[in-house]
Design a protein around this ligand. Structure first.
Ligand code: MIC
Ligand code: SF4
Length: 641
């Protein structure tokens, strides 16, 4: 039997285990990336491991999230990352160089290689045929140190693209259609592999839009083949030597197949507050728009913004709309500046932001109260924009630009001739904002500001764990709920004690105080608990608050791994209905839990308040068992050393 593309790359990188869906495997990591908001923690953890130089082929540290220097905190973190990167053999992409995923695709991505990034949208690299996976910072730190990355071998799903997009229909509409079909839980435990004739019709940045938003499916990653289109992209980036053709075998077998006819798609939008609440723009109708934001790692490529510039050229943004545009990288911004498109954007009334995440992570441009905001981003979770009452719709750059002109959500296919933008023969190459690591580690002194506080480290798992159910939350709770990020909180990503006062506040403002008063306890979750960001702060902060276990109907992949890495037990109800058997405030006990984990015995939660015994499951590999017993991955790594 032939292999799928993902299987081929996994096979070439397999260090441990068997490539059978559901079994634990370890793979060698060729490249890593970090960004600043998860990076400070990742490098503190790397330092704690006591390894001098990274052992990957290429590791890059980006500054793209916390770029509003409203106080010393961000600037301190930037300098810490710059110096720690240079000391330990990591390339450093300075603020202003662009969003990590966009720059990685342009300048560093290599088909057939593995990439592990401390950001959930790392699968953007799948657009160029990489096996690119998002993880918590500690997993990335381990990979930088040469350690393998452990995952459960995912099922491989084939998404067959047939036909060709019609004018005005975009790559964003393809991934929104996949989200409509599969939902935000549909990709958990899966790799989404794109195949079919339609693949050839998509450029690398379009493919990257699709693999980027595979994160919203909960998928481990998404991947496109590496073909002549990939070749052309790498050549235009001056990196032809990185090209290698790669595709699945003709007789590869997939766990599931989904077929999408590109020619049948129409412009789509994800409605508030979930990326899978998808409908056609035409069905949603003519809603009045207050803000339009174009950019983010999903849709900020040169070709995306050239289309936007063509739509806006010679026109003026509707008076009641605020239009903001953040080009994805310095390369994109410089090219727009050189060919005059930037002038067209500015003349039309667009507010140009620096090449960074910006409004996507609530760093500025929070919409007005009750605003309707159209964004080309990938997440529209409630409150993420920085305005709790805002209604965010996710759309393509074409739909966004046209709507910015009309002032209403507008189906662009009703607007005459669509812009046509070809890939340039040569992208502009100037890597002067990427600093190479120092030759000798001893030449660099790591600079640490007062904002960098020690992070919590768990202790070995206790014989028995007990405490109150401190909070009970509903389905699909995101890491933006667990550890909110906005312009006020993001500067404190290196300061867990500070962040602890904001944990789960969108669900219950009293939670942090209650957790502190009780000295810790349990969190009770619904299904897909912890979807979204890879931020391990969503585990480290609960650890700081004394959380010993989360009992949920199901977990998102990266968050479950982060909990385990912190030594917090991610327990799943054996019967979903037992979710109703625990109320907030109930006294819970995990009797003899250390022994149960050590010897793979059935685990129960005893509800002392009701007298009910609730069976829960915890599926562990031998390694995860040791990690939990040690009280987390850092303790385990030290024990191994
Ligand atoms: C996000 O889009 O939520 C982020 C901010 O990029 C996160 C990382 C973080 O929380 O720092 C992600 O997607 O992993
Ligand atoms: Fe940055 Fe937004 Fe992409 Fe996260 S999703 S990496 S915040 S642009």
């Amino acid at each position: 039997m032939g292999l799928t593309l993902a299987e081929k790359i996994i096979k070439a990188h397999l260090v441990e285990g068997e490539m059978v869906a559901g079994q634990d495997i370890a793979i060698k990591i060729d490249q890593t990336l970090t960004q600043d908001s998860t990076g400070t923690m990742a490098y503190l953890q790397f330092e704690a491991m006591g390894i001098d130089r990274v052992r990957t082929e290429r590791s890059v540290a980006y500054i793209d999230h916390n770029t509003i220097q409203s106080g010393f905190e961000n600037a301190d973190d930037h300098m810490f990352i710059q110096t720690v990167a240079q000391k330990h053999g990591v390339y450093f992409s300075k603020p202003g160089n662009g969003i990590c995923h966009q720059v990685q695709l342009e300048r560093f991505g290599v088909p057939g290689k593995t990439l592990l990034g401390s950001d959930s949208h790392t699968p953007t690299g799948g657009g160029i045929g990489m096996l690119a996976i998002g993880a918590g910072g500690l997993d990335v730190a381990v990979a930088m140190g040469g350690g393998a990355y452990y995952i459960t071998m995912p099922k491989i799903v084939k998404v067959e693209l047939v036909g060709k997009l019609r004018p005005w229909v975009a790559a964003k509409d393809i991934i929104l259609e996949v989200l409509r079909l599969l939902t935000v839980k549909g990709g958990v435990g899966k790799i989404i592999e794109y195949t079919g004739e339609g693949v050839k019709t998509l450029t690398v940045p379009e493919r990257a839009t699709i693999t980027n938003m595979g994160a919203e499916l909960g998928a481990t990653t998404s991947i496109f083949p590496s073909d002549e289109v990939t070749h052309g992209f790498l050549k235009a980036q001056g990196r032809e030597e990185a090209y290698m053709p790669l595709c699945a075998d003709a007789d590869a077998e997939y766990a599931e197949t989904v077929t999408i006819d590109l020619s049948a798609l129409t412009p789509l939008a994800a409605q508030p507050h979930s990326p899978d609440r998808v409908d056609t723009v035409a069905n949603i109708g003519k809603i009045k728009v207050d803000q339009v934001a174009i950019g983010s790692c999903t849709n900020s490529s040169y070709m995306d913004l050239m289309k936007v510039a063509q739509i806006l050229k010679g026109k003026t943004v509707c008076p009641h709309v605020s239009l903001v545009i953040a080009p994805g990288s310095k390369q994109v911004l410089t090219m727009l500046a050189q060919n005059g498109a930037l002038a067209d954007l500015v003349a039309a009334g667009a507010r140009i932001l620096e090449s960074a995440c910006g409004p996507c992570i609530g760093m500025g441009q929070a919409p007005r109260t009750n605003a309707i905001s159209l964004r080309t981003f990938n997440r529209n979770f409630e409150g993420r924009s920085g305005t709790a009452s805002a209604q965010v719709y996710l759309v393509s750059p074409e739909t966004a630009a046209v709507s910015a002109l009309t002032g209403y959500l507008t189906d662009p296919s009703t607007c005459g001739e669509a812009p046509v933008v070809a890939q340039p023969e040569h992208f502009l190459i100037n890597d002067n904002l990427v600093l190479a690591p120092a030759e000798k580690s001893s030449d660099v002194e790591v600079v640490r500001g007062p904002n960098i506080q020690p992070f919590p480290i768990n202790h070995a798992l206790d014989e028995t764990v007990s405490g109150k159910a401190l909070i009970k939350v509903v389905d699909n709770i995101t890491t933006d709920h667990i550890m909110p990020s906005n312009a006020k909180l993001l500067p404190y990503r290196s300061n867990i004690p500070y962040l602890s006062d904001y944990c789960l506040v969108p669900c219950d403002p009293e939670f942090p105080a209650r957790a502190k008063k009780e000295g810790g306890g349990f969190i009770i979750g619904g299904s897909n608990y912890g979807q979204g960001s890879s931020r391990e702060h969503a585990a480290l902060v609960p650890l700081y608050l004394g959380i010993r276990a989360v009992v949920a109907k199901s977990f998102a992949r990266i968050h479950a791994a982060n909990l385990m890495n912190s030594g917090i037990l991610p327990l799943t109800f054996a019967n979903e209905a037992d979710y109703d058997a625990i109320s907030q405030g109930d006294e819970l006990v995990l009797p003899d839990i250390r022994n149960c984990v050590a010897n793979d015995l059935p685990i129960v939660v005893e509800n002392k308040t009701t007298g009910k015994t609730i069976p829960v499951t915890l599926t562990l590999s031998a390694r995860q068992r040791k990690i939990l017993l040690a009280g987390g991955l850092l303790n385990f790594t030290r024990e191994q050393a």
